[in-house]
Design a protein around this ligand. Structure first.
Ligand SMILES: [Zn+2]
Length: 214
C-alpha cells in the first residue's frame, strides 16, 4: 500500500521543519553553554611528572578542587602554610577535609613539606583556591615551615627551587614570573620572605643560578 508523503507534513498539514530547527538550535545552545561553563583544557600540561613529585590529588569538590581548567600559566605564586610545624600530608588532609566541613575555600596546586617532599594536590592546569583573583592564571605552591618566622627549611627551600625551575622551564617563565602571595593581594605571605625582602631577592638569584643544573 502506498502512503502519501507529500512534503513531510503531519496530519494537521503543518510542516515539522521549524520545530526540528528549533530543537536543533536549542541543543546547540545547550552545548555552547556547557562548553563555556566547563571549558576543555587548552593550556599545555606536562605529560609526565618527575619521580620527585608525589601525586596526591584531592577529590573534586567545590571547596578545594573545583575541577575548573586554568586559562594560562602566567606566573607561579609562592605561599607559606601559616601553621608552624605542620607537615605536607596534614595540610593536604586539611584541604581534603574542606569538602566535608565547608569551612572555607582553600587549596594549592603543590605542597612542599618540612623534609622537602613535594605533593601535587590539584593537578597542573586545574584551578586551586590560593591566590585570589589570580587563581585562573597562576600555579600555587604552599611551603611548610618549622616555626612562626615562616622561614623555610633547607630541604624545603631546595625542593622549592627544583620545582619552580622545572615549571619555569616547561612554561618558559623567568625568575620575575615567580611571585609571592603578597605581590598579588598584599597579604603577609610567605611571611619570612615578605618581612625579609633580601631573602626573597636571594631566592630569585638562587633560582637563576640553579636553572639548567638538573
Ligand atoms: Zn598565601
Amino acid at each position: 500500500m502506498r502512503r502519501r508523503r507529500r512534503g513531510r507534513r503531519n496530519r494537521d498539514g503543518y510542516s515539522r521543519a521549524p520545530i526540528k530547527a528549533s530543537v536543533g538550535l536549542f541543543i546547540l545552545a545547550l552545548l555552547a553553554l556547557f562548553l563555556t561553563r566547563f571549558p576543555t583544557r587548552t593550556i599545555p600540561v606536562p605529560q609526565e611528572l618527575p619521580d620527585w613529585i608525589r601525586e596526591a590529588p584531592l577529590s573534586v569538590n567545590p571547596w578545594s578542587r573545583p575541577g575548573t581548567a586554568m586559562e594560562a600559566v602566567s606566573d607561579i605564586v609562592v605561599h607559606y602554610v601559616g601553621n608552624p610545624g605542620t607537615t605536607a600530608a596534614q595540610n593536604r588532609s586539611y584541604f581534603e577535609g574542606l569538602s566535608r566541613s565547608h569551612e572555607t575555600y582553600a587549596s594549592s596546586n603543590f605542597l612542599i613539606g618540612l623534609e622537602g617532599e613535594i605533593l601535587l594536590c590539584v593537578p597542573i592546569g586545574e584551578v586551586a583556591y590560593c591566590s585570589g583573583e589570580r587563581n585562573r592564571d597562576t600555579l600555587s605552591i604552599e611551603v611548610c615551615h618549622p616555626d612562626e618566622t615562616g622561614e623555610f627549611t633547607a630541604q624545603s627551600y631546595a625542593s622549592l627551587i627544583r620545582l619552580v625551575n622545572w615549571l619555569r622551564e616547561f612554561y618558559g617563565l623567568s625568575p620575575e614570573n615567580v611571585i609571592r602571595h603578597y605581590d598579588v593581594t598584599g597579604k603577609l605571605c610567605p611571611k619570612y620572605y615578605v618581612e625579609q625582602p633580601g631573602a626573597w631577592e636571594q631566592f630569585q638569584r638562587d633560582l637563576a643560578a640553579e636553572a639548567g643544573t638538573e
